[in-house]
Design a protein around this ligand. Structure first.
Ligand SMILES: O=c1ccn([C@H]2C[C@H](O)[C@@H](COP(=O)(O)O)O2)c(=O)[nH]1
Length: 229
């Protein structure tokens, strides 16, 4: 009952607002044109979509009412910078003293499916495990422990990764390439590239055979500033 009354009150408010705005229309619209405008009355409070479309066009042509159509902001950041920016931000979370990698996985609707950065597995203390690269003792080498950024992003994903695009600050290694292929990611955008070693060559080969598109990120701006103040 209360909800019904509230709805009626809301409806009444909307109708009054509409009537008021139509009555307020300046004389720049001729009476004939005004006649043609969708009639919104208390009996017919909700106009048809076509009427609304027509009304929008008429308002755009009107000298006074067209002032509402202020142009949108021009210097907003594009999708590419947004997603690589997210990957870069994620990389800032990495504790690796040498290379910080970040990754963002985006679905076909430009919705962020996942983020990741290179780090120790859950429960393995960042302060306890080695961040060095002892070539003779894998036990004391970070490579034995660290989860790669792409690996973490894949494992953290909220939804299916099929048809998603992966943005990474570094070209993926062969191990990550295998996972990227197997989960159905179809495109890889990378920022940096380590000089070709066997791992990167293997990754490239697999991407090419599996039909995964790879492309270098080309920024449209030099930087994005984040200001917390
Ligand atoms: O595809 C990749 C490749 C490497 N990483 C991580 C793994 C390590 O934490 C660093 C690389 O360290 P270096 O000392 O530069 O060899 O990057 C990754 O996340 N994804």
């Amino acid at each position: 009952m209360l909800r019904q009354n509230l709805f009626k009150l809301f409806q009444h408010f909307i109708i009054k607002k509409r009537i008021h705005s139509i009555q307020k229309m300046p004389p720049t619209i001729s009476p004939e044109e005004k006649q043609k405008m969708p009639e919104i009355t208390t009996e017919n409070p909700f106009c048809e979509v076509e009427d609304a479309v027509k009304l929008l066009e008429q308002c755009k042509e009107d000298k006074e009412l067209s002032k509402s159509f202020v142009s949108k902001r021009k210097d907003y950041i594009g999708w590419e910078e947004t997603f690589m920016g997210m990957a870069l931000l994620a990389a800032q979370r990495s504790k690796d003293p040498v290379t910080q990698v970040g990754c963002a996985i985006i679905n076909a609707d430009n919705i962020v499916n996942s983020l990741g950065y290179n780090g120790m597995p859950r429960g393995c203390d960042d302060d306890e495990f080695p961040w060095g690269k002892n070539p003779d003792r894998p036990f004391l080498n970070k490579y034995s422990y660290v989860c790669h950024a792409e690996e973490n992003a894949i494992l953290n994903a909220k939804d299916s990764l099929k048809g998603n695009i992966l943005y990474s600050t570094l070209f993926p290694c062969n191990r990550c390439a295998k996972m990227i292929i197997q989960v159905g990611i179809t495109e890889v955008v990378y920022m940096n590239y380590k000089p070709d070693n066997d791992e990167v060559m293997a990754a490239k080969l697999m991407f090419s055979k599996a039909g995964i598109k790879t492309r270098k990120f080309i920024p449209q701006r030099k930087q994005i500033v984040l200001n917390f103040q």
